[in-house]
Design a protein around this ligand. Sequence first.
Ligand SMILES: O=c1[nH]cnc2c1ncn2[C@@H]1O[C@H](CO)[C@@H](O)[C@H]1O
Length: 471
Amino acid sequence: MLIQELSQQVGGRVELTPAEQLLESLLHQMKVKEMAISPFPPAKHFFKVRHVIRKSPVFKLLQKMPKGAALHIHSSALVSADWLVLNATYRPNCYICFMREGSVRFLFSIHMPFPRWGCSFWSRLDTLRAGLSDVTAFDNSLMQNFTLFTDDPETAYPTQDAAWKRFEEIFVALSGLVTYGPVFKDYIYQGLKELYDDNIMYLELRVGQSRAYELDGTVHEKAWSLEVYRNITEQFRENHPDFIGSRVIYSIHRSLSVSTVKQAIKEAIEMQRQYPDILAGFDLVGREDTGGSIWYFREALSLPSELKKNLTFFFHAGETDLDGTEVDRNVVDALLFNTSRIGHGFALVRHPLAKELSRTRGVPVELCPISNQVLNLVTDLRNHPAGVLMSDGHPIVVSSDDPTLFNTTGLSYDFYEVFVGIGGLSANLGTLKELAMNSIRYSSLSSQLKEKAMMLWQEKWNKFIAENSKS
Ligand SMILES: O=c1[nH]cnc2c1ncn2[C@@H]1O[C@H](CO)[C@@H](O)[C@H]1O
């Protein structure tokens, strides 16, 4: 019985080579030590223990581990807040204005922009900085505007409402900065680099509706951005031949109307036809329990099958709502609409039928534990519902959701939380191996590219094992 139960665990069926067994026993000892630290880091909010995690030997090993693909990241929260402040805001012609409630807005422009409602007069950042006595303090305060990071998360975000309000506000603050054409291009490159530096080889990015602009006020078509994603990825691959690439999941905010979502679906169908290599499919984003449910958008979401067109869905579902409302049925409806993955699926364990369906159909949950700590207020990861999914051997992939806002880079922090916090001692090297392989297996890559990615990953994995199993 015990053996049977162990083999259910994610990775429980993965057979380890002798070298892997050696690394597993080292890893096990490291983990036991780390779990004895008091207080146990994953029992605390991520913001309070990030500095502890950073020093952890298990974390350092996870950074070196080839983790496969990042399948759930939002394009407007892809790079570190440091890069945005120290690189993007230092470019010429960058204007800033300060909102009454303390937030900021940016715009790149040749001329002084028109005043914006609720915002101070615009200042050009180079002039503004030249007049400051402490530029570092100013830059640090800008960084604070781009992330939810705080030493005291419980006070700053006592409720989900408070966390989500600030969360959505940051996206608005970032938009004038990251949608400026020249910044946008370097931003994508930097995003790929941060992932690559964390040993990730492929990315699927949720991309919203915002359009890029230029200094003279020209606004580009959405297709322009898709071409940038493709070209910058190509450029990155030329410089890093062992990177596989990136694809885009066209996304629309669920606070919008059915007719707007219908229009977006039509655009997505057309984009998937025109850019099949870069466009992977479609998703609805934004806070789930205050936006429209999947059922609410059923007329729009049925369009592809009515028109007999291909459009792959990657729905966020069961992220924030556990209360048995219509929104709580999103996990079921996502599966009925044939979603190919479930974004978050935090509520999945409460729906045994949906859970069974997701497992038997091989529809993985995109688990983003840091996001759940910040936005769902799950402080102690030992209470995370994914513990049940893990011990059930449920298909899971790990991702970081919004690295800018959570003040992380790469996936290693999320892997740490899953491996040490949610998985506990039952998670082992086989778990890590399966999670990394899952990220390639459940990606939207063609079967040929998947095979190539898997081979490349295996090579990197073997090297990782050989280098780390010595002692
Ligand atoms: O974890 C998430 N769940 C739902 N929506 C999200 C999450 N992260 C980001 N966005 C949404 O994506 C938009 C930017 O593209 C943001 O407005 C935000 O609502």
